[in-house]
Design a binder for this molecule. Structure first.
Ligand SMILES: Cc1cc2nc3c(=O)[nH]c(=O)nc-3n(C[C@H](O)[C@H](O)[C@H](O)COP(=O)(O)OP(=O)(O)OC[C@H]3O[C@@H](n4cnc5c(N)ncnc54)[C@H](O)[C@@H]3O)c2cc1C
Length: 335
């Protein structure tokens, strides 16, 4: 059993920043997250999109914000338990015990839940070949545009992600076909206009109302068979990649059974970010309180509150107020 002062469930922006503050207070901490890398929604869903509403950054790539958060917390020696999901949370005497999907058990004096929208996973189509070829050309997100360099790509979806990526991959992918099961798109009007302009100019192909019948390949995707969902007429497309952007399913997951007071699938917190279980704090998209907005900047503020209260809970010798970081810094700004 591995012990730290604090366990942080979720390594999205709120969790990472909570870790920074716990570290500033001189306490040890562990992040647990089922995703393979830190950053939460920013890494998994939109690493190469600009964010315009983080204070102090007129615009910042989601992946660069995550890089900065990881760098900021690094001096405090965080332990990352990635690729595992927190399954149970129990109190045992004066500490909490968390077990994970890998069967590991971790203990801590206080817990911060920063689990965002809960366990989120891409909406799969359920088409034959899709599961077998996942990781071999079937994608549910764009991590880097370079993955699609020179490839023939089939994009599936009708929302902002599908339309934005069809346009964004122009100039990177060799060929782009976008299919959607309805004639109408749910994306921003301006983007849809741009999409059809690109279609008319022959820079990409849009087909509606089309769906995927099956995906074929061996060590990698070779072909997709699509069909018109009115006439059932099939088309075979020779493609190297199928990018499925049909949205995400979010579930509260195991958290729902931890005995926390919830409201509409969110964890209720008070003004100290305390949950209904003493010693368990929460921050970010997972929390609700009057006036809550699901924004990164609010998550940062909540993380600072949750972390400092959790630190004082884990070590009652600590005051809640951390003081000013500028007074602790050893480095002086250049003259
Ligand atoms: C396309 C898109 C664009 C956006 N643009 C903006 C924007 O411009 N500005 C803005 O402010 N916000 C934006 N957002 C919203 C923003 O991304 C979220 O508010 C933010 O990610 C919330 O951070 P978080 O740390 O609370 O949660 P998340 O980023 O969701 O991270 C939570 C982490 O917890 C993990 N987790 C879940 N369950 C468990 C469990 N049981 N055990 C362990 N780990 C668990 C998840 O795997 C995840 O990594 C956007 C969102 C999307 C999808």
């Amino acid at each position: 059993m591995e012990h730290t002062d604090v366990i942080i469930i979720g390594a999205g922006p709120a969790g990472l920043f909570a870790g920074f503050y716990v570290g500033m207070r001189g306490l040890s901490f562990r992040f647990i997250d089922p995703l393979p890398e830190p950053g939460g929604q920013l890494s998994a869903l939109y690493p190469e999109k600009y964010i315009y509403d983080v204070a102090g950054f007129p615009k910042v790539y989601a992946k660069d914000l995550v890089k900065g958060l990881v760098e900021q917390v690094a001096p405090f020696n965080p332990i990352y338990s990635l690729g595992e999901r927190a399954e149970t949370l129990e109190r045992e005497g004066d500490h909490f015990k968390v077990t994970t999907s890998l069967g590991n058990t971790y203990t801590a004096k206080a817990v911060i839940i920063a689990a965002g929208v809960g366990a989120f996973e891409p909406r799969r189509l359920g088409a034959p070949g899709e599961k077998e070829l996942e990781g071999k050309g079937v994608y549910y997100a764009v991590k880097t545009k370079a993955e699609f360099q020179g490839k023939r790509v089939l994009i599936v979806g009708g929302g902002d992600s599908a339309v934005d990526w069809a346009l964004n991959l122009l100039g990177t992918a060799k060929e782009i076909t976008l299919i959607h099961r309805r004639p109408q798109f749910r994306a921003h009007e301006a983007s849809v206009k741009e999409l059809f302009k690109a279609h008319e100019e022959g820079r990409l192909t849009v087909l509606t109302p089309y769906e995927v019948r099956r995906i074929e390949g061996d060590t990698q995707v070779r072909k997709a068979v699509i069909f018109h969902n009115g006439t059932q007429e099939e088309k075979e497309l020779e493609v190297d990649a199928v990018l499925i952007l049909a949205g995400y399913l979010t579930k509260l997951g195991p958290l729902a059974n931890w005995g926390l007071e919830l409201e509409k699938n969110k964890i209720k917190v008070d003004t100290t970010m305390a949950t209904s279980i003493p010693g368990v704090y929460a921050c970010g998209d997972i929390v609700t309180y009057p006036g809550k907005l699901p924004l990164i900047v609010l998550g940062f503020g909540e993380a600072a509150i949750a972390a400092n209260h959790a630190a004082a809970y884990a070590n009652p010798a600590l005051k809640v107020n951390p003081g000013h970081s500028s007074e602790k810094a050893e480095e002086k700004a250049p003259a």
